[in-house]
Design a protein around this ligand. Structure first.
Ligand SMILES: *[C@@H]1O[C@H](CO)[C@@H](O)[C@H](O)[C@H]1NC(C)=O
Ligand SMILES: *[C@@H]1O[C@H](CO)[C@@H](O)[C@H](O)[C@H]1NC(C)=O
Length: 180
């Protein structure tokens, strides 16, 4: 490389560097404080034969589902345990349909009551506690429905894949949860 070419390259590098936005110019993400309440893993599993995604914070219960043929799919999110001290947390209700073999989770008490009222699902307790609004370092837990399978994920790529490739219908945000 000729010296003059090198000089031009260096000047151009310098100009690129000085044109780059500084940290204070760049748009800042909304800061959501992590409120520090202890969370537990919300474990996820899938049964091909039941066409069902199942979630629980209870490892013993998960082991029983794995023994029935569900396949472990890691940790969907971190949620608050039942003895949560978080004042703004709400229950994540769990419902079950033996007709379709589907586990359904909702943080919306009205939706829970309406779903029970329709008669296909029975109450299956409380899965844990979540937030109705985005606070305490939480991210959206999205809900999708494919045929009879209610599916929940925080992963937007997975949302796209399930919607675009597997034909699931997107139902928006079910709750806000911690991603770790
Ligand atoms: C966890 O699940 C097991 C098996 O279903 C159950 O016996 C136990 O009571 C559960 N533990 C809690 C803390 O809910
Ligand atoms: C809760 O569920 C009811 C019944 O499905 C619905 O009308 C309402 O908009 C829901 N509320 C929220 C906050 O999503």
């Amino acid at each position: 490389m000729k010296l003059s070419t090198l000089a031009v390259a260096l000047v151009s590098l310098y100009m690129q560097a000085s044109a780059a936005p500084t940290a204070s110019d760049a748009p800042q993400p909304a800061t959501v404080p992590n409120c520090g309440y202890p969370t537990v893993p919300f474990l996820r599993a899938w049964s091909n034969s039941m066409t069902d995604h199942f979630y629980t914070t209870n490892q013993t219960e998960m082991d029983a589902f794995l023994a029935k043929g569900y396949v472990a799919q890691g940790i969907a999110a971190y949620i608050l345990p039942s003895d949560t001290p978080a004042p703004t947390a709400v229950p994540l209700f769990r419902l079950y349909s033996s007709i379709s073999g589907d586990h359904y989770y909702t943080a919306n008490a009205t939706d829970r009551a309406a779903t029970l009222n329709r008669g296909n699902y029975v109450s299956d307790g409380i899965a844990g506690y979540v937030y109705a609004d985005q606070e305490c370092g939480t991210v959206p837990l999205y809900r999708l429905l494919g045929d009879t399978d209610n599916f929940y994920t925080t992963d937007e790529e997975e949302v796209d894949d399930f919607r675009d490739q597997l034909g699931y219908e997107f139902f928006g945000v079910a709750a806000y949860v911690n991603s770790q």
